[in-house]
Design a binder for this molecule. Structure first.
Ligand code: SAT
Ligand code: MN
Length: 604
């Protein structure tokens, strides 16, 4: 399938590709056209290399399972860098290296790194092709697995090159698994750099460009996603006056047919996909999906904030996804999907923990070993994933590909918090809402290759994804109120589905029951919903929440809807310490907000 760059009319792109080819020295090059025939061919290549196992055609048509190397199962935040001339531009929350120095280092690593492999060229568009709000990237990769996933997750192929024209600009995204093949050397099913300190996920926001080396997994390798649509886009958005956010987008329709668009920022593996596709338990309410991970937001001609999903697929966490927790996701990946690090049943289907299907008597686990329910280990990796086309989602919203996006009525922030944080509360105004976003924290999950279950600050769920100084990012959010009439902006809420009781049980049932919280939010938007003013924000009273048909112990409800002053005083003191690292990049408004919170909490 190897060819040349004949299809490439864009001179800048052509010369970059020739330069990359000289540097990486692949065995051949291939430019993706985005055809269906091509996707089938790429998948066959993956099967031939042992990277993919074709699943049972009757049970799961046109679906594949991939098993990664055990060292390559999640994003590597400690190997992720933002490179700028000065460290202050990357800020205290990012790994930083000086651009020139990192360029030299990466160039040496990429030298000959594709030997024995095909260099795939993936022209892709984040956002509808040709829309003024979309961004064009070109990913060069030596991984066919990456190509197959990118085809699901983004808009790929000749149409993108056509829209790019002779002189359009694009974001170069260079990726290699970092495993060149010697002459006659046999390949492995999942080639990657095994040494964790030799993996590098590197961003040059000033150029902008992306260089990723050593990993083939998810956000490390599908460069349109976290690297371009969040880290690079956030830096571009700041310059261009918009926002690139780690947010789901959903539409909530009331029984009266009123539609509200809501975006929500939650860290990786905290239920964004489940919320985005939720089946409300409240009769008559409906949720439709616009996106589950990334929102690009800008102020529209009418002064409202519009959000669009730049992706075309879902790269969701598999374990825990079931007909109970997320039936619409289950229906989305019934065909034409890729599963990574799930278990393989003897029937040739996939399985994972908490799939709502009894464990098979025998399976092949994510590491390729025999597995039985008494094995004492998980069959699927906790960060195993499905890659599924968004158009297959039964509740995909008709406006999901609208290039202008949808006008937001509310923005939610949240995370996994066993204690302190109530079920839901509302910001007093935009500035207070931005303060709430900056104060967000969450217990870590398997989505990042480090310790799980540790509480860490994760402002706006953007800690791993902000492409510039987080202090400046806060200021950028605050500035939105100056770009429009503040009353046109969405209302801001903080939610926490993960509150636990002292004995460790979840106080709130979550999933479809979260519609009760969304209903209250819609009533607040309408100016009808009842709220109690507390030091941290406006909380619903138990009567204000529609709890019809929900059997929840009074004590649990009480814990979910009260503000524990002492815990919040500790929370505020901890936030003050966290803020210190931002120095004079921390907006004065947030300092004021923190002082005001402490004042309201008293005891200072
Ligand atoms: O692997 S990804 O980074 O794409 C998924 C996530 O962590 O949100
Ligand atoms: Mn994510």
């Amino acid at each position: 399938m190897a060819g040349g760059f004949e299809a490439i009319k864009n001179a800048g792109l052509r010369s970059w590709l020739e330069e990359v080819q000289r540097l990486c020295r692949p065995e051949g090059v291939y430019v993706c056209d985005g055809s269906e025939e091509e996707y089938a061919r790429i998948c066959r290549t993956c099967v031939d290399h042992g990277t993919f196992t074709r699943l049972n055609e009757t049970l799961r048509p046109n679906c594949f399972l991939a098993r990664s190397h055990p060292s390559d199962v999640a994003r590597v935040e400690d190997r992720t860098f933002i490179c700028t001339p000065e460290q202050i531009e990357a800020g205290p929350t990012n790994n930083w290296a000086e651009s020139g120095e990192m360029k030299r280092k990466m160039t040496a690593m990429f030298d000959g790194c594709m030997k024995g492999r095909i260099m795939y060229v993936i022209p892709f568009s984040m956002g509808p092709i040709g829309s003024p709000f979309s961004k064009t990237g070109v990913e060069v990769t030596d991984s066919a697995y990456v190509v197959a996933n990118m085809i699901i997750m983004t808009r790929v192929g000749t149409k993108v090159l056509e829209a790019l024209g002779d002189d359009g600009s694009f974001i170069p995204c260079l990726h290699s698994v970092g495993a060149p093949l010697g002459l006659g050397q046999e390949d492995v099913a999942w080639p990657c750099e095994r040494d964790p300190v030799k993996k590098f996920i590197v961003h040059f926001p000033d150029e902008p460009s992306i260089w990723s080396y050593g990993s083939g997994y998810g956000g490390n390798a599908l460069l349109g996603k976290k690297c371009l649509a969040l880290r690079i886009a956030s830096a571009m958005a700041r310059k261009e006056g918009w926002l690139a956010e780690h947010m789901l987008i959903l539409a909530l329709t009331s029984p009266q047919g009123k539609k509200y668009y809501i975006a929500g920022a939650f860290p990786s593996a905290c239920g964004k996909t489940n919320l985005a596709m939720m089946r409300p338990t409240l009769p008559g309410w409906k949720v439709t999906t616009i996106g589950d991970d990334i929102a690009w937001m800008r102020i529209g001609p009418d002064g409202r904030l519009y959000a669009m999903n730049p992706e075309t697929g879902f790269f969701g966490v598999a374990p825990g996804t079931s007909y109970d927790s997320n039936p619409n996701a289950m229906e989305t990946f019934t065909a034409n999907s890729i599963f990574t690090n799930a278990a393989l049943t003897d029937e040739g289907d996939i399985w994972w923990e908490d799939m709502g299907i009894p464990a098979p008597a025998h399976a092949i686990d994510w590491e390729g070993a025999d597995w039985t329910p008494d094995a004492g280990r998980k069959a699927a990796h906790p960060n195993s994933r499905f890659t599924a086309p968004a158009r297959q989602c039964p509740v995909i919203d008709p406006d999901w590909e609208n290039p202008a996006g949808v006008p937001l009525s509310a923005v939610l922030f949240g995370g996994r918090r066993a204690g302190t944080v109530p079920l839901v509360y509302e910001a007093f105004d935009w500035e207070h809402g931005v303060f709430m976003g900056s104060a967000a924290g969450s217990e870590t999950t398997a989505a990042n290759l480090s310790k799980t279950g540790v509480l860490r600050h994760d402002p706006f769920a953007m800690l791993p994804f902000c492409g510039y100084n987080m202090g400046d990012y806060f200021a950028h959010w605050l500035s939105m109120a100056e770009r429009t009439d503040e009353s046109r902006l969405p209302r801001i809420f903080f939610v926490n589905w993960f509150r636990k009781g002292e004995d460790g049980h979840f106080l709130w049932p979550g999933y479809g029951e979260n519609s009760r919280v969304l209903k209250w939010i819609s009533e607040r938007i309408e100016g009808r919903g009842q709220a109690v003013k507390t030091p941290i924000g406006n909380l619903p009273s138990a009567e204000a929440l529609d709890l019809t048909g929900l059997d929840i112990p009074a004590a649990d409800l009480q814990a979910l809807l009260t503000v524990d002053r002492e815990a919040w005083q500790a929370e505020a003191a901890e936030l003050a310490r966290y803020y210190e690292q931002f120095g004079d990049r921390l907006p004065e408004a947030l300092r004021r907000q923190l002082a005001a919170l402490q004042e309201r909490l008293g005891g200072r």
